[in-house]
Design a protein around this ligand. Structure first.
Ligand code: PEP
Length: 248
C-alpha cells in the first residue's frame, strides 16, 4: 500500500519568527497522521523549520533547486545546500515558476536530476492553463510535461519522486477541478509514466492533486482512486486548515 502524501507549499510567505510559530501550531494537530506530511518553506525559513520540526514526523521541503552543483548563478540554491539543511523534498516546476521565472520542461528535468543526485525527493509539478484546457489540450500538455521532466531519469529513481498535478487555473483561484476531472487527468499522467517505466513502477508512484484544495473538498478529492495526495498552497498557511486537509 502506498502512503498518501500531503505537502504544504508556503510560497513566499512567513518570516523566520512566523515559521517557528506556525510549525508549533501545526505539529500537534497532525501528530499520528495516516499520510506523510511535508512543509515546503521559503529558503530563508529552512533552518528554523528544520529545528522546529525536530521530534515531529513532519518532513521538510524546499520550493526550488538549481541544477548546477555550484557557481555563478546569482540568487539560486544548490541541492547540496538543501541537503545540508536536512531538506527531504523539493518542489520543482511549479506553475508560478513556469509562468514568472521562465521555467521550462528542460529546466525542470535538469533540476529534478540534480535533486536526485543529492538524494532529495522531487515533487514535480505539471498542469495545464485555462486556455490549454479550453482548447482541449489538457492531456497533450501534461504528457509533454511528464516526458520532458522525466527524460533520462532511470526507473530506480522513481520511488523517490512525487508528481503533483496542478491545473494552473485552479491554483489560488478558489476554483477546484472536480474530483472526477482531477482523477481523469491523473490517470493520463500515470499512463504516460507507465509508457516510460512500466505498470508496477507507475502504479507505485504517488501523484498529488493541487489547486485550491482545502478542508471542504479534501475528503472528496482524496477518495478518488488515482489521487495519492495533495499539494496545498493557501490552506497550508493556517494550522487548522492544513491539519484538516492532512486528517482528511
Ligand atoms: C500551489 O501553489 O501549489 C497550490 C495548490 O496553491 P493553492 O492551494 O492556493 O491553490
Amino acid at each position: 500500500m502506498k502512503r498518501t502524501i500531503i505537502a504544504g507549499n508556503w510560497k513566499m510567505n512567513k518570516t523566520v519568527a512566523e515559521t517557528k510559530a506556525l510549525i508549533k501550531e501545526i505539529a500537534p494537530l497532525v501528530a499520528g497522521a495516516k499520510c506523510e506530511v511535508v512543509v515546503c518553506v521559503p529558503f530563508t525559513d529552512l533552518d528554523i523549520a528544520r529545528k522546529a520540526l525536530r521530534g515531529t514526523d513532519i518532513k521538510l521541503g524546499a520550493q526550488n533547486v538549481h541544477w548546477a552543483p555550484k557557481g555563478a548563478f546569482t540568487g539560486e540554491i544548490s541541492a547540496e545546500m538543501l541537503k545540508e539543511l536536512k531538506v527531504e523534498y523539493v518542489i520543482i516546476g511549479h506553475s508560478e515558476r513556469r509562468q514568472y521565472f521562465g521555467e521550462t520542461d528542460e529546466t525542470v528535468n535538469k533540476r529534478a536530476k540534480a535533486a536526485l543526485e543529492y538524494s532529495l525527493k522531487p515533487i514535480i509539478c505539471v498542469g495545464e492553463t485555462l486556455a490549454e484546457r479550453e482548447a482541449g489540450k489538457t492531456a497533450e500538455v501534461v504528457i509533454r510535461q511528464i516526458n520532458g521532466a522525466f527524460a533520462g531519469i532511470e526507473k530506480l529513481s522513481l520511488k523517490r519522486i512525487v508528481v503533483a498535478y496542478e491545473p494552473v487555473w485552479a491554483i489560488g483561484t478558489g476554483k477546484t477541478a472536480t474530483p472526477q476531472d482531477a482523477n481523469e487527468t491523473i490517470a493520463v499522467i500515470r499512463k504516460a509514466l507507465r509508457k516510460l517505466y512500466g505498470k508496477t513502477a507507475s502504479r507505485a508512484l504517488r501523484i498529488q492533486y493541487g489547486g485550491s484544495m482545502n478542508p471542504k473538498n479534501a475528503t472528496e478529492l482524496m477518495a478518488m482512486p488515482e489521487i495519492d495526495g495533495g499539494l496545498i498552497g493557501g490552506a497550508s498557511l493556517k494550522a487548522e486548515d492544513f491539519a484538516k486537509v492532512v486528517n482528511y
